[in-house]
Write a protein that binds this ligand. Structure first.
Ligand code: F1P
Length: 296
């Protein structure tokens, strides 16, 4: 029974290369409701969807496409003016997102929702909807939905992810030396910081692991104090100069991504599932979590 129940999380993780291929194809053909270059944009989500928003905001600014902020739904600054607000929610039912969507609709702000199913309560509250039904998930813990949304958004910004890297990550499985370690710190620069946050959340949600995440250069400003033999420091993208030696000198295991950072996230997802199983946990039934947080 346990083995059967864990099948869908892993199957969803392993389907990411195909989901990304479709997202890239569709984004190349043109997706409705995406921001136009130069618009002021805010991207909003809760949990994993917040980290998708963070990564996208940094990517869009790095691409020179326009000022872009990222917020959780309850931290959205209602006093600011945005040309378009992107509301990301796999379920389309998260209470804080629905509350913000209603407030934005009442204030006549243009919005686009990114959901799994097409028909959600969020859809009725937003100007445009982009549904990714083919990347929707049975799992509580999100894997292919957020990466597929990012694949589409990256493609729209002219930087599609490397599907071959995703296939390699799936084929490589969970690196044994990174499974079931006592502590993990994820690092990223620019848009990869959002990925680092998502990587850390994945390990917490699926495996109950002690994880942290920082913009890479912040690691020297305190967090390195917990680096120690047995613990893992995992950079989702290239490590800035001056960081490698202090980390390896601490005795911690250092892993630096050599593939597309979004594909490296697949390796983290596989490590999260393997770590959960090593700890006797069911990654398909994470403790204290529900698929969507519905408050009333
Ligand atoms: C957001 C979310 C997930 C998290 C948990 C609870 O859901 O916070 O990121 O993993 O399952 O819900 P959604 O708004 O994207 O549906």
């Amino acid at each position: 029974m346990e083995a059967q129940r864990t099948v869908h999380t892993r199957a969803e993780i392993e389907s990411q290369p195909d989901c990304w291929s479709r997202a890239i194809e569709e984004a190349r053909a043109g997706l409705p409701g995406l921001p136009v270059a130069g618009e002021r944009v805010a991207a909003v989500g809760c949990g994993t969807s917040w980290f998708v928003a963070q990564a996208y905001a940094a990517l869009r600014e790095e691409a020179g496409a326009g000022e872009t902020d990222a917020f959780t739904a309850t931290a959205y600054p209602t006093g600011r003016r945005y040309d378009r607000v992107l509301l990301i929610s796999r379920s389309g039912t998260t209470t804080e997102i629905l509350d913000l969507a209603a407030a934005l609709r009442d204030a006549a702000v243009v919005t686009t929702s990114f959901t799994g199913p097409a028909d959600t309560p969020l859809r009725a509250l937003t100007s445009d909807t982009l549904a990714f039904a083919y990347a929707d998930e049975r799992s509580v813990v999100q894997t292919r939905f957020p990466t597929t949304v990012l694949a589409a958004l990256r493609t729209a910004l002219g930087d599609p992810p490397e599907v071959a890297d995703a296939r390699a990550a799936v084929a490589g499985g969970a690196p044994a030396e990174l499974v079931d370690r006592p502590q993990y710190t994820f690092l990223g620069t620019g848009w990869q910081y959002g990925l680092a946050q998502e990587a850390a959340l994945k390990m917490r949600e699926a495996a109950g692991a002690w994880t942290e995440a920082y913009p890479a250069m912040e690691y020297r400003h305190g967090p390195i104090a917990i680096a120690a033999p047995g613990r893992v420091v995992w950079a989702l993208g290239p490590l800035p100069d001056g960081l490698t030696e202090p980390i390896t000198g601490s005795g911690a295991t250092l892993r630096v991504a050599e593939r597309d950072p979004l594909a490296e996230l697949i390796a983290v997802q596989l490590v999260a599932v393997a770590t959960a199983q090593a700890r006797g946990l069911d990654p398909d039934a994470p403790r204290r979590l529900t698929r969507s947080v519905i408050l009333r």
